[in-house]
Design a protein around this ligand. Structure first.
Ligand code: CP3
Length: 368
């Protein structure tokens, strides 16, 4: 790939905002919707749009391990751009993973194909937490470089940066890998709240620093993934999790980029997740967007919420669902079209391309 570095190549200790970036995309349909400003059409992107559904991704990743691929700026840039070129989505999302900053902080882990993140020594005590070091730009230089390359390439298409929220990260660190019940995580949370808050506090620091690096390098928005927060009741979410996610989101309040806050199975948490400090709340397919809007309130936009499994249905069914979601999204003060969770690897990419065209066509409107 040839890349121009109009975003400015990274220098040692350089955390100044890259030229362009957020300012160049301020009027894009995506940023406008996040800011609850009308735009020429409803913007659309897909969580996990860069990934195994694309043959060009499978090819370029063939001999490179997942974590290694996240550490090669040129490769990150190429993978991030693939779905933008192919589908014409309204935003790119940085190719990385939620465990990248945790690995940079010193945790011994790997991403195992078909399984997900696996941690060598799961967190059990205070000493394990102390081993999670605070990070600086030096620890994730490859992310800073990748974002600067991408900002130069993307022009007026926004780049979304992201990180995992403290609860979802803590779940991987305490369980040692993916978990259906989060039993060990909850055992620590209920059984030793002091240790739990120390762990989440440390993860919040790492997450905030990681997002700050991405913003300084030029991303136009950030998404905080609390994918597994739906495992909690609202009361427990508010008590054990919200303060830490709120610390991250408040720490970005002065950065001038929209903050998206997303989780799965969070129908009962939508109000609390909005109150954690988001500009946009991600909604999964279980809650219609007009209902979600009542829970979230008029001061935040929504993102979602096509069931990723619907992409396997015949096209007329997909089309009807896309139209329904756009209709329900009109109740919100701003709507970013997305799936309710990530693209599944078996998805036919041509269906995604058709969804983008349909969203743009159906939602087209004149703007002053
Ligand atoms: O396109 C994008 O959305 C950007 C890339 C992205 C990845 N991971 C790449 C990836 C993003 C935003 C993530 C976030 C992430 N990672 C989350 C939060 C989002 C969500 O899905 O809820 C979570 C929980 C993880 C942890 C993780 N990493 C899982 C569950 C897996 C899948 C395991 C598997 O193989 O099915 C990963 C690995 C991973 N991260 C892949 C990709 C493209 C697949 C690995 C591969 O292609 O070899």
């Amino acid at each position: 790939m040839t890349t121009t570095t109009t975003g400015g190549a990274a220098r040692d200790g350089d955390t100044r905002p890259s030229a362009g970036g957020a300012s160049r995309t301020a009027d894009s349909p995506f940023v406008r919707a996040c800011r609850r400003r009308p735009g020429p059409h409803t913007p659309v992107w897909f969580m996990r749009q860069a990934g195994r559904s694309l043959p060009e991704y499978r090819e370029i990743r063939a001999n490179v391990a997942m974590l290694e691929s996240c550490r090669r700026p040129e490769l990150v840039a190429e993978i991030t751009l693939q779905p933008v070129r192919r589908h014409g989505v309204d935003a790119a999302i940085l190719f990385s993973d939620i465990v990248v900053p945790v690995a940079a902080a010193g945790v011994d882990l790997d991403i195992v194909p078909g399984t997900g993140p696996v941690v060598a020594e799961p967190v059990r005590d205070r000493a394990d937490i102390d081993r999670i070091r605070p990070i600086t730009v030096e620890d994730v230089r490859y992310v800073d470089e990748a974002v600067r390359l991408l900002v130069g390439e993307l022009g007026d298409t926004p780049l979304i940066g992201f990180a995992g929220a403290p609860f979802t990260l803590a779940s991987y660190l305490v369980e040692g890998g993916p978990s259906r019940t989060h039993a060990r995580t909850k055992a620590l949370m209920y059984g030793d709240p002091d240790l739990w808050h120390a762990l989440c506090g440390r993860l919040a620091e790492v997450t905030l620093a990681f997002l700050r690096v991405q913003i300084a390098a030029g991303v136009s928005a950030v998404q905080l993934f609390d994918s597994w927060a739906g495992a909690l009741s609202e009361a427990d979410y508010r008590r054990y999790v919200q303060p830490h996610s709120a610390m991250v989101l408040a720490g970005l309040a002065d950065a001038g980029v929209p903050r998206i806050h997303f989780g799965v199975g969070t129908a009962e948490l939508l109000t609390a997740m909005g109150e954690a400090g988001a500009d946009v709340v991600g909604v999964d397919w279980r809650t219609p967007l007009d209902v979600a809007t009542k829970r979230i309130g008029p001061d935040r936009a929504v993102q979602g919420n096509l069931d990723p499994c619907l992409l396997f249905a015949p096209w007329p069914v997909v089309e009807a669902e896309v139209r329904r979601i756009l209709d329900e999204g009109r109740a919100a003060p701003g709507h970013v079209f997305n799936l309710g969770h990530g693209v599944l690897p078996e998805t036919d990419p041509d269906v995604l391309t058709r969804v983008v065209a349909l969203v743009h066509e159906v939602s087209a409107r004149p703007v002053d």
